[in-house]
Design a protein around this ligand. Structure first.
Ligand SMILES: Nc1ncnc2c1ncn2[C@@H]1O[C@H](COP(=O)(O)OP(=O)(O)OP(=O)(O)O)[C@@H](O)[C@H]1O
Length: 284
């Protein structure tokens, strides 16, 4: 693994109660890349997220390799990982991701205090973080508890908490599923903005093709705990190869134009579809 690689997953398998849930998964994520794991309910997405973030139940059996920045962490819980190999997590359920009994200010301060940033410097860091995630009037919000925020505000706070630890790798598991469409679009814009400078490497996990297409340049399609197709996002949508991917796209009823892929459309093409890109992988 070279220094341009943030995450390398090799032959990863996870079994729960003796049942295989994820089988033989291989993929790599380069620094600053935005990759999506796309699959229907039950395809193993959240299990993969938990394996990557070190939050699987202790009884789960993990084999294969998860290498984050040169550290082997397969089966290693988050508390035993070196700080540089801890992926930050953003989950669907922002209410249960935050401690309901602790104010927003205290939850945001914690990562800074752990790094020895205190007093005025810590408060300033929290305020600039809130500005970064687009929270207006941050001072009013800091004194509140998570239950006193809207869903969109709460998800922004979760993103801020994830970013406060200055993670290299962020694993976002269905981060917008619980939000209404307008708030969903804003949170997606925010994640895109935050990752545009390529300091954040993003692994998005979703069942929603439209969400994936807005944010990611590449996708791996999962079915039954296995990767069945891997391709650049525009190619995947324009010409899905695996029957499962085709079904996913048909079900989403999305069109290339609706996915704002116009900028990638080949102007010489009469089909209106993106031009073919580099090679792709499809399972039989
Ligand atoms: N704690 C558990 N005990 C037993 N089986 C589990 C457990 N967690 C997950 N599974 C099983 O593992 C499989 C994959 O589940 P997982 O939650 O990873 O899928 P998913 O793609 O994230 O689904 P969803 O989109 O519905 O959250 C499912 O068949 C699920 O029933």
């Amino acid at each position: 693994m070279d220094e341009t690689t943030m995450l390398s997953v090799t032959n990863l398998s996870v079994s729960i109660d003796g049942q295989p849930v994820v089988s033989g998964l291989d993929f790599e994520l380069k620094n600053g890349e935005r990759l999506c794991l796309l699959g229907a309910s039950g395809s193993g997405k959240s299990t993969i997220a938990a394996a990557l973030t070190g939050t699987l139940a202790a009884t789960t059996r993990v084999t294969g390799s998860i290498d984050i920045r040169g550290h082997e962490v397969a089966g290693v819980p988050i508390s035993r990982r070196p700080p540089e190999a801890r992926a930050a997590a953003i989950f669907q359920d922002s209410l249960s991701s935050l401690n309901p009994l602790v104010t927003v200010r205290r939850q945001l301060l914690q990562p800074f205090l752990r790094r020895g940033v205190r007093g005025r410097a810590a408060d300033t860091a929290v305020e600039s973080l809130l500005a970064r995630v687009g929270i207006e009037q941050p001072r009013r919000l800091l004194a509140r508890y998570p239950g006193e925020l809207s869903g969109g505000q709460r998800q922004r706070i979760c993103i801020a908490v994830a970013l406060a630890g200055t993670p290299g790798l962020v694993v976002a598991d269905e981060p917008t599923t619980a939000l209404d469409v307008v708030t969903q679009a804003r949170v997606l814009d925010l994640l895109r903005e935050l990752s545009d400078d390529r300091r954040m490497t993003l692994l998005l996990i979703t069942h929603d093709l439209a969400v994936a297409a807005k944010l990611c340049e590449r996708a791996i399609v999962l079915a039954g705990g296995r990767a069945v197709e891997s391709a650049p996002m525009d190619e995947l949508i324009a010409a899905p190869q695996h029957p499962y991917t085709r079904a996913l796209i048909d079900a989403a009823s999305v069109t290339v134009s609706a996915l704002h892929l116009a900028s990638q459309v080949d102007p010489t093409s009469t089909s209106g579809l993106p031009s073919p890109g580099p090679a792709r992988e499809v399972s039989p």
